[in-house]
Design a protein around this ligand. Structure first.
Ligand code: PMP
Length: 303
C-alpha cells in the first residue's frame, strides 16, 4: 500500500490526496499513453533536497517528445510543482512520481485533441529491493521476456505502457523465487533490469550496456558513471551477453527506486558478496545524496 499523505499536485494545483482522481475513460488508462518519472528527495541537514530534479524533469519532457505529447507546463513549473508537493506534505525523504498522460476527452488511437493531464505525487518509500538487498545483494534471473525493441516501443522513453514489458519479466522471476529480473534485448544482449540499469565489474574495469542496447538513460546510472570516473575507474559502455554477468567479479543495479544494489547471484551462478568497487560506489553515492560530498552538491536541489 502507498502510505497516504495530504496533497497531490494536479494540473497546476495542490488537491487533497483523496480527490486526485481521473475518469475511467482516461486515454492513458486504456492505452498506456503517458510518461512518468521516479525521483527521490533526501534529508541533508537543511531539510529535503531533490536528487537531480531538473535532470528528471528534462527526461520527462524528452519522453513526452517521443510520443508527440505536449506537456502543458514549463520545465520550471514542473520543478516548482515538485518542490511544492514535498513541502506541502512536510516530507523529508520521499519518492516522487510526476506523470503526464493523455486524459479524458477522446478514445481513438490518434490522440489529437485529447488534453494532456499532469500530476505529481510524493510519499515515503523505502528501499525498492529491500534494505537487505542494498547491504547483502539480490538474486536475479534473466527473464524469458525481451526488452521492448527501439522500433516497437522506444526504451529511451519512460512511458507508462512500456512497463507492461517490465511487469511480465518481474512476475516471471519473482514467481520463480528471485528478487529481480534482467532483460535481454531482441539481439540477445543485456539491456536492463525491470526498473534498474545494470553494471558489471571485471578485472577492475566497469562495464554497462549502452542506451542503444535498450538501457534507459538512467540518472543514477549517469551519477555512478561520474563517481566511478572521478575515482579513477575506467567505465566502458558496451554490449554484454549473459555469460558476461555469470563471469563478472561484481554485478550491481542502479536506479532511483532501487538506489545501488549489489547482485549476488545471476541464474543460480553465484557472483559472491558485494564487492569492493560496488561498496565504494555505494558509499560515495549514499553520501552524495545526503549532501555529504562537496563535489556532488550541485546534484541536490533544495526544497
Ligand atoms: N531502467 C529502467 C527500465 C527503469 O525503469 C529505471 C527507473 N527509472 C532505470 C533503469 C533507472 O533509471 P533512474 O536511475 O533514472 O531511476
Amino acid at each position: 500500500m502507498i502510505p497516504e499523505v495530504e496533497k497531490i499536485w494536479m494540473d497546476g494545483k495542490l488537491v487533497d490526496w483523496k480527490d486526485a482522481k481521473v475518469h475511467v475513460l482516461t486515454h492513458a488508462l486504456h492505452y498506456g499513453s503517458g510518461v512518468f518519472e521516479g525521483i527521490r528527495a533526501y534529508e541533508n541537514g537543511h531539510g529535503p533536497a531533490v536528487f537531480r530534479l531538473t535532470d528528471h524533469i528534462k527526461r520527462l519532457f524528452r519522453s513526452a517528445d517521443i510520443y508527440k505529447m505536449k506537456i502543458p507546463f514549463s520545465l520550471k513549473e514542473m520543478v516548482e510543482g515538485t518542490k511544492d508537493v514535498v513541502r506541502a506534505n512536510k516530507l523529508n525523504s520521499c519518492y516522487i512520481r510526476p506523470i503526464a498522460f493523455r486524459g479524458y476527452g477522446g478514445m481513438g488511437l490518434y490522440p489529437e485533441g485529447i488534453p494532456v493531464q499532469v500530476s505529481i505525487a510524493a510519499w515515503p518509500w523505502g528501499a525498492y529491493l529491500g534494505e537487505d538487498g542494498i547491504k547483502n545483494g539480490v538474486r536475479v534471473k534473466i527473464s524469458s521476456f525481451r526488452r521492448n525493441d527501439p522500433n516497437s516501443i522506444p526504451p529511451a522513453a519512460k512511458a507508462c505502457g512500456q512497463y507492461l514489458n517490465s511487469i511480465l519479466a518481474k512476475i516471471e522471476v519473482v514467481s520463480a523465487g528471485y528478487d529481480e529480473a534482467v532483460l535481454l534485448n531482441s539481439h540477445g544482449n543485456v539491456a536492463d533490469g525491470s526498473g534498474e540499469n545494470i553494471f558489471i565489474v571485471k578485472n577492475g574495469v566497469i562495464h554497462t550496456p549502452p542506451t542503444c542496447a535498450g538501457a534507459l538513460d538512467g540518472i543514477t546510472r549517469d551519477a555512478i558513471i561520474t563517481i566511478a570516473k572521478d575515482k579513477g575507474y575506467e567505465v566502458i559502455e558496451r554490449d554484454l551477453v549473459r555469460s558476461d554477468l555469470y563471469l563478472a567479479d561484481e554485478v550491481f543495479f542502479t536506479g532511483t527506486a532501487a538506489e545501488i544494489v549489489p547482485i549476488k547471484e545471476v541464474d543460480e551462478r553465484p557472483i559472491g558478496p558485494p564487492g569492493e568497487i560496488t561498496k565504494a560506489l555505494q558509499d560515495t553515492f549514499f553520501k552524495a545524496i545526503k549532501g555529504k560530498e562537496e563535489k556532488y552538491k550541485s546534484w541536490l536541489e533544495q526544497v
